[in-house]
Design a binder for this molecule. Structure first.
Ligand code: NAD
Length: 499
């Protein structure tokens, strides 16, 4: 069995803790590798090495740093298929979807190629007579990135590219369930010219994360994962005086107005609800049609589309729509929630619980599941299922649909399908959710904007990537300067012989 390694100072280093976590092939249920889980002492040593390396990197001209980013982007492109395969092997998502995972991370690397202009400060020469004010953006030092299983390339790249472009060193702790892609990305970064030690990859679980949170050298923590862990990490990082931005879970609603293009709405729901087996923080998991007729038409249109979905391993070809969920525990949790939905009175329209695939009976597959007549008090509505389960909650009016979305504790993404610009505009303006789609199901902002939810979907300040990331990963220093009379008034300008 393959034993994965940490990536420290530009080389692969075996773990010394003696503790490991199994890495599964979710399509077969087989253990394909084991990943070492670092001890606090290992974490502290890695952080100390990063701090040593960071001084030189911070002193490197930002344009030279950006050149490393350019080469890194080129290498990611060249290794796109290899990276996608690494993702699919451990995560289970299809190869086209895995390439999208790499691509959306690469786009953030591309924006970071322009870091020098993002790092310029402000200047004012008229703070008073002869008084200049200027601000500088200086790197924080060593920062930590802690990332989830579901985007093994994109989210590590969202963390590492801006942090490093700003002159920081990053210690990345990828998910122990999908660790290989992050290691390969670090190797490519070093191949692109990144000095050893600026990107360290340490594997681990809570013990390693806590060591990062308690390490005095770590200046900032960027986390993405489930809400309870996001909240915990935010609290502990803040108590220890660190800057923290912690992004959590989601329950994304799509409102379908009676005037919507129903075929397009149904296509969008199937793609965003079941793509990647529903394991996306921007997946639409709740459809809210307005009016009985809209709801009835929508269900009619969803059923044949769902019946056509092809579920299978990524190796079965590019026409597979989605693969297995990540672990046996996850499959059990999803199946349990589907059962609770039935028990609590929702109408189960398509049932994915007993889905089985010949030759992959031990894989973690869940068939596409559709519920109708879901209400806000049911567990399937309250919990983030993170599986291929779409719930339809019927609303009488637009206001009722909007209120449902706004009362939900999560606020990552939301969407409205309508032909009416006024309704769409009203929705975008009033809804208390961070990312809004108008006739667009997964409104992940492009890399020159920034990504972040509201309410329990994010803790801390500033979003991920885009201009916000350059603020998060730098400290602002503002100088107020005045020069008293100098050489121009009191100086001797005559050329004199030496005395
Ligand atoms: P998770 O919270 O289980 O794990 C995320 C990271 O935290 C991993 O690196 C893990 O090792 C670490 N971790 C887990 N338990 C910990 C503990 N008790 N103490 C310290 N560290 C711990 O999340 P996951 O299952 O890997 O990812 C899925 C979740 O991430 C979903 O809730 C999804 O919505 C969310 N997510 C959010 C976004 C976003 O941008 N808002 C993006 C992707 C995923």
């Amino acid at each position: 069995m393959q034993e994965l390694k940490h990536y420290i100072d530009g080389v692969a280093v075996a773990g010394t803790s003696g503790r490991f976590s199994d890495v599964y092939n979710p399509a077969t249920g087989e253990v394909q590798a084991r990943v070492p889980l670092a001890t606090p002492a290992e974490v502290d040593a890695i952080v100390a090495k990063a701090a040593e390396a960071q001084k030189g990197w911070a002193a490197t001209n930002p344009q030279r740093r950006a050149r490393v980013m350019m080469k890194f982007g080129q290498l990611i492109n060249e290794h796109m298929d290899e990276l996608a395969e690494l993702i699919s092997r451990e995560h289970g998502k299809t190869l086209p979807d895995a390439r999208g995972d790499v691509q959306r991370g690469l786009e953030v690397v591309e924006v970071c190629m322009g870091a020098p202009s993002m790092l310029k400060g402000e200047f004012m020469d008229s703070g008073g007579p002869g008084i200049d004010l200027y601000s500088m953006r200086q790197p924080l030092g060593v920062v930590a990135g802690i990332t989830p299983f579901n985007f093994p390339a994109m989210i590590p790249l969202w963390k590492m590219a801006p942090a490093i472009a700003c002159g920081n060193a990053m210690v990345l702790k990828p998910s122990e369930r999908t660790p290989s892609c992050a290691i390969r990305l670090a190797e490519l970064f070093v191949e692109a010219g990144l000095p050893a030690g600026i990107l360290q990859v340490v594997h681990g679980d809570k013990e390693a994360v806590d060591a990062l949170l308690d390490n005095d050298t770590i200046q900032a923590v960027g986390f993405v994962g489930s809400t309870p862990i996001a909240q915990y990490i935010y609290g502990r990082a803040a108590t220890n005086g660190k800057r923290a931005q912690c992004f959590g879970g989601a329950k994304n609603h799509m409102i379908i107005m009676p005037d919507a293009d129903m075929d397009k709405a149904a296509d969008a729901l199937v793609g965003s609800g079941f793509g990647a087996a529903g394991e996306r923080c921007m997946a639409i998991s709740v459809a809210v049609p307005v009016g009985k007729e809209t709801a009835d038409i929508l269900i009619e249109k969803l059923i044949p589309r769902i019946e056509k979905l092809k579920v299978g391993p990524y190796t079965a070809g590019e026409d597979v729509d989605y693969g297995p969920v990540i672990t046996a525990a996850s499959k059990d949790k999803i199946n349990g929630l589907i059962t609770s939905g039935v028990e609590q009175g929702a109408t189960l329209v398509t049932d994915g619980r007993n889905f089985s695939l010949q030759g992959y009976e031990d894989g973690y597959f869940v068939g596409p599941t559709l519920f109708d007549n879901v209400t806000a008090d049911m567990e399937i509505y309250k919990q983030e299922i993170f599986g291929p389960v779409l719930s339809q909650v019927r609303a009488e009016t637009y206001e009722e649909a909007l209120k449902l979305t706004m009362d939900n504790e999560y606020g990552n993404g939301t969407s409205i399908f309508t032909a009416d610009g006024d309704t769409a505009r009203d929705f975008a303006s009033r809804v208390n959710v961070g990312m809004v789609g108008i006739n667009f199901p997964i409104p992940v902002p492009l890399s020159y904007f920034s990504f972040g939810g509201w309410k329990k979907s994010a803790f801390g300040d500033l979003n991920q990537y885009g201009p916000d990331a350059f603020k998060f990963y730098t400290k602002t220093k503002t100088v107020t300067a005045r020069w008293f009379s100098g050489i121009k008034e009191g100086g001797e300008f005559n050329f004199k012989a030496m005395e």
